[in-house]
Design a protein around this ligand. Structure first.
Ligand SMILES: Nc1nc2c(ncn2[C@@H]2O[C@H](COP(=O)(O)OP(=O)(O)O)[C@@H](O)[C@H]2O)c(=O)[nH]1
Ligand SMILES: [Mg+2]
Length: 386
């Protein structure tokens, strides 16, 4: 953990006692230049600990750019959480849905996309008995996935022990088989029960509903069904924010996109990374940009231009489908699109051999721009993604 903290600081030796780090001058934080420090000092912010207490950053924003302030306050909050032991790297994900909605298949796709792709995904799929946990590693952290059995008797069981099953949830994923229209009502009834439990527990996990098995329907039918179901889902969630994604295990990108977008929401550094990426986007004159890690998780993205194409291109390449055209030693792949645009995919390898993939769509064949500053700026935040 302390190497992650070290990444946020520009001091040679990080004090072992993190409380002492909080007592350091704000200029010990990376990105705190003299001008910024001056403005902050005038507002009685001298130590890192003082940054945690900033209540209205807007007042400071006139003189300091907002990304700078966000970086400094976020770094201070992360250090404070680690110092006080409030930081946990365990994230609890609850995956629920009626039986045969596709929960286990989705988990297996996330765990092993290559195997799922080779048609092995149905190998060990039995109806889930009761509650099962699966721990998967994403971003190097443990995420516990709760695959809640769908059968009636189990459903009653965990609805009667709400705290045990639904307490302290960071991410709630509800899976509906969109092609099984006969059971839509049963699925929605179940969703309603769980959403009510979260309200009762006063918990507000990031919530996402997967309209799954889209491969079994024709696109116009999907659209119609999506509109109808979304209306009902909206009624259930009411004021609570939620996302919906159309997914299929035969479209891995749809599953990874849905999880990437949800996991990003959990990160304290989400907006910082997105802002760094957006600044870079304008440098390469792009209208869509995204950055993936080597497991295929999209860490950040921005823009709309040729988004679907770029995402599929990046995702399939990263997960190896087109390895023959993007061998390990190649760093850059440029796809000329019909409309005189270019989609560029670059492999970026950091000093400690971590791999990232940057994709962007630009109107001209991009000139060479070094990615080192981008990664240097992003790395401390990537290290602290959770
Ligand atoms: N066509 C199609 N079938 C799927 C998809 N996802 C899962 N299935 C199938 O649906 C059945 C039930 O899936 P399973 O993952 O066991 O559902 P669970 O009970 O929610 O865990 C299995 O036969 C899967 O192969 C999908 O996206 N498309
Ligand atoms: Mg299952």
């Amino acid at each position: 953990m302390s190497s992650k903290i070290a990444a946020l600081l520009n001091v040679k030796k990080v004090p072992a006692d993190l409380q002492k780090v909080l007592e350091l001058d704000i200029t010990s934080l990376k990105g705190c230049d003299e001008d910024t420090a001056k403005v902050l000092n005038q507002n009685n912010i001298a130590k890192i600990a003082d940054l945690i207490k900033i209540e209205s950053p807007d007042k400071l924003l006139k003189s300091v750019e907002s990304l700078k302030i966000e970086k400094l306050t976020t770094a201070a909050r992360i250090i404070n959480e680690v110092a006080t032991g409030a930081k946990t790297t365990e994230k609890k994900i609850v995956i629920a849905g009626i039986d045969a909605a596709g929960k286990t298949s989705i988990i297996q796709t996330l765990l092993n996309p290559q195997e799922a792709k080779d048609g092995k995904e149905t190998k060990s799929l039995k109806p889930t008995k009761g509650v099962e946990y699966e721990n998967i590693e994403l971003f190097g952290y443990n995420l516990s996935i709760w695959d809640l059995g769908g059968q009636d008797i189990y459903r009653k069981k965990y609805l009667s022990e709400p705290k045990e099953h639904f307490g302290y949830t960071s991410l709630f994923v509800f899976v509906i088989d969109i092609s099984d229209t006969k059971r839509t009502n049963a699925a929605l009834e179940y969703l309603k029960n769980i959403v009510e439990i979260f309200k009762y527990l006063e918990e507000a996990p990031v919530s996402v509903v997967l309209l799954h098995k889209s491969d079994k329907m024709k696109p116009p039918d999907i659209k119609k069904e999506k509109t109808a179901i979304s209306k009902e889902i909206q009624k259930i969630f009411g004021e609570i924010r939620f996302f919906t994604h159309v997914t299929s295990i035969f479209n891995f990108n749809s599953i990874f996109s849905a999880f990437s977008e949800s996991l990003r929401e959990l990160s304290p550094v989400n907006t910082i990374i997105k802002n760094i990426l957006m600044n870079f986007e304008s440098k390469v004159n792009a209208k869509y940009i995204s950055i993936y890690n080597e497991t295929g998780i999209c860490i950040a993205e921005n823009g709309d231009d040729e988004k679907e194409l770029a995402k599929n291109f990046a995702f399939n390449t990263i997960l190896g489908e087109e390895l023959n055209i993007f061998p390990d030693q190649a760093l850059k792949l440029i796809l000329a699109l019909k409309n005189k645009k270019y989609c560029t995919l670059e492999r970026i390898v950091t000093k400690d051999k971590e791999k990232f993939f940057l994709t962007y769509v630009s109107p001209d064949n991009p000139e060479f721009i070094s990615k080192e500053p981008l990664i240097l700026e992003m790395k401390p935040w990537l290290d602290n993604f959770f």
